[in-house]
Design a protein around this ligand. Sequence first.
Ligand SMILES: [Zn+2]
Length: 462
Amino acid sequence: MPPPHRRTSPSPSNAPCTWSASCVIPITAPSMLNGAVVRDGRIEHVGDREWLVGMLRDNGVPFTETHVDGVLMPGLVNAHTHLQYTGMAEVGARQYANFPDWMVAFDVVYDAGPQDWRAHAAEGARMSLRYGTTCAADVVTDAEAASALHDAGLHGVAYWEVMGWENAAWRERGLTTVNAQLDAMPTSPGVGLSPHAPYSLESAPLLELPDVARRRGMRLHIHLGESHEEAEWSGGQRGELAELWKSSAAGSYTQMRQGGGGFSSTQFVDQLGVLGPDCHIAHGVYMTADDRRRLRARSTAVALCPQSNRVIGLDAPPVAAYLEEGNMLAVGTDSLSSSPSLDVLEDVALLYEVAREQGYRHEDLARRLLHTATLGGAHALGLATGHERVGQLQAGAVADMVFIDVPVTSIVGTIEAVARHGAGRQVATLISGRVRWARPDIVEQVGPVSADGPHVDEGVAL
Ligand SMILES: [Zn+2]
């Protein structure tokens, strides 16, 4: 592929920039060959390059232009990761037999002693930029890691993770503790609350944590359907879920399961009010048709993390069923403690394979997966609409973008190439219109690269 080139018209430093590519995939509008985007912190216009450049010239607007041979699309949204575990790549590099097997390996490293969570999270943020991620759902377990998104100028939500509470301790000091922890979180770019999983919290905290988040206007995020034990379990079933809630076994998911309930973890957290349009779940592997229906009924999106599932030795998520049934989907890499990479497009490529293996035959697969990895993620984080919207190339949206070096053929063929072979081929990442990472050989063409965080200008009038 020929090297990208930069042409610059003489213009004042605050002139709008026109970014063009051989193919532009706006997600919220039809893709186009030889398209362009005008930006000035926010996207001002998206359209055919010749037309757009001609319009600027006709209006006497001075501008700069950067063209890249390849694809321009919205920055990727990593809808489930733990940036602080970036230093635990030795755990994620191995293959495990099942969830408990992986958990043992994880705990050995996590419990080995204090780690520099802040530095590891910062490194994860740098890797994210390199792979074209501009927005992330970052689950934070240790407070030192809380400012990674903010410090790197990434968009997204830092979710404070809560786990390990039993009912008695929770009633004594749970609310005070968690409220203090949330007060200490950086408010930019966004803060959310993540009750870890149905098996790591008893009923009282799982009931109250969503209320805590919602009173504060925060997003919710939970690991759900990640282990076999969370699947609907009919062996030894003695009662309905509603009956079990009235029994002495209602203290936790584990107790209720031991009490003989034939229900899933999704039914359990749904009864507690965790699910909703302000909540998205991670993994969603062990989900029955009824579980998937509940997610749709609550408008709850699923962040699929197939690479992590494979490393841990789980089954693949039911992506074909989710797509056929119309669940809201996003893509997450999870962390390097259970995945080989923080490249969202690696998970997209695996989702493509898995969907085909599971029998999804429609021609829209690649297009839907790119939607999932951008606007789907933005939706999961509550960032698909409003003034700070991302995941789309659309007038007024924040100018978060990625250039990808894949051969441009037809529009359909190019979308297919990004979904299946785009991983590792990102060449430049822009956040709020500023270049935050560029492949070394094209820095001169697209630069300068900004080292610090976002800077949003208001749009320019054409
Ligand atoms: Zn996770």
